[in-house]
Design a protein around this ligand. Sequence first.
Ligand SMILES: [Zn+2]
Length: 710
Amino acid sequence: MRALLLTSALAVAELSSADPLPAHARAVADYDIHVRLDAEAKTLAGQERITWRNTGSEPVTELWFHLYLNAFQNSESTFFKESGGQLRGDRMPDEGWGFVEVKSARRADGVDLAPGGSFEHPDDDNAADRTVWRLPLPAPVPAGGELVLDVEFEAKLPRVFARTGYFRDYFLVGQWFPKLGVYEPAGTRGRAGSGWNCHQFHANSEFYADFGRYRVEITLPQRFVVGATGRRSERRENPDGTATHVYEQADVIDFAWTASPRFLEVGTRFSADGDVTPQEYAEVAAQLGRSLDEVRLSDVDVTVLLQPEHRAQSERHLRAAKAAIKWFGLWYGRYPYPTLTIVDPAFGARGSGGMEYPTFITAGTSVLFNRWPFDRMLLPEGVIVHEFGHQYWQSMVASNEFEESWLDEGFNSYSTGRVMQLVYGPWMLQAFGLRLGGLEAAQLSNSVERMFDRVRTPAWGFSSSGNYGFNSYARTELTLRTLEALAGPQTVARAMRTYHERFRFGHPSSDDFYAVVSEVAGRDMSGFFAQTIERPGILDYEVSLVRSEQVDEPRGVFGAGAARTGVTKKQAREKERQAEAAGERPWRSTVMVRRRGEVALPVSLRLEYEGGARQTLALVEREREGASVEQAGILADARASEPWRGRFKRLELTSERRLVSATVDPEEHLKLDVNRLNNARRVTPDGRASARWGSRFVFWLQQILALSGV
Ligand SMILES: [Zn+2]
């Protein structure tokens, strides 16, 4: 049913528009907010008018809200318990608590519904957590109907250590207003019935929201420089010494803002004509199979709110922002908003760095990066490109980061890695003769310790925060890189583009992505994702044995009766000498490839012979062995690997030349391989003799031990 609906929706889209990128989101939740900052008390007083539309086919009898500042309320919140009061190396400061309280929630008729509200904890049994609030409605909102609610709230900002709050007179105000969860009509992300999806605030996840139009009036002392989601439409000074800044933006899922009197405001304009060459447009259009119009970008005003001590890095920040707008836009679809604001957090408020909100991101740098050798380390650039990437893989394609963080963080790690490599070269870090690339860093974080978790896991459900990080970021990047090698870079580029176009301003699930990849590839790719995303396990192929020896002439007694003949050892040796002199004595080689991990993918084996001759075989753990990797496709299921004897494959080969070495995955296609050191093995010069000696020695040792009764 769902597939049918999708197909007919696509048919309509094709008929009605040449551009597959939707111009606007369906406005589900609009917010008109007036907020006043008390810069001394670090408090907010706000009123918001929420207009919510029921896009489902059933009446809705309650609303679910995020009250996320309550994550910072005390040591009993789920966030605090999960994080242990520290995140990304920063500790919760003493007495830096923050919270938000709904004072009233009135319908148009003035009736206050707030007294009927209750705190819910759908993810754990933590009754002390107050980050999710359920508000029953006296009258249901009918299917297709609309509800207007006036909410009055007060908040105390936490002292910044994670994501949001204040440090002296620097404010980063995120997750601050009572905000609706996502009402998912049946069929959304594969769910059977309709209902709210509204998770608690966790150490590792915080985003899943619906699209709408935001208009926010921020009032605070006039000395503050302000930045926020969207475009500033007005700034007016009030008689009481405050100023009111008005920001507006449609088609977004959230709103954040910042204020500090110290910000140095630098800006530039990304130009669709000036920053992209005609050749770049043409190349991307050809790779993606799209028209030039479809890949065409639009102009963006970029503002960086820098700390003054980072003035020397302003060009670095602007260049990274432009690179991100350009390449994400070319690959996945143009950035549709007129502004991008980048905040450089104050020293002492690093915890608010590296965050993403619609059209508004926070960077992260230090005075260290002003100077050699740190000026050659691309961490500030990497953070900007990554946080910008969330515009694509969280804000526009609004996947559920709580339940499927890989669709957000992982897609972003993969995309960021590609932008960084293209614009800055392969090395993220270069100093004192050492170099480290982003991809190498991801590979280095892979190990057999990663075998326990599956990628598609709720963010709070991993075996450790390290395994949350690896699976959500690096493992996804390595998986998509592996897919590039197996399905071809063009297929993956087109699949990512199609997925973004189809789900821009939507809420896709992992299954939606698998379906797009199969559709674009023209074959069922679900087996690849079943192994790499849906099931735990690691990928590790090894060459465990390489042996090569000359073929001996037969000796002994042959035939029967009168025809019986004998070949002595001496005669056999003589024949061998003659064959060798004539260059006709063949070599017999044995190679064993073993799969140490659970993941089975097509892999090639390169054999290298004396004199430099090479041979590459495709090894597929199924009936189509011998086909090339491209032809063989992706295994439907690792369990279909029985034609190998279990998880190993022994090859017996006869050749004119001696085999020197064997290498599994010589092209390094399988970026997910946890151990590349075991991928190649050389024939030891006298392997047979030493093996015999070895086994004889072990035999005698065993005999001696047995006799001595040890
Ligand atoms: Zn991220």
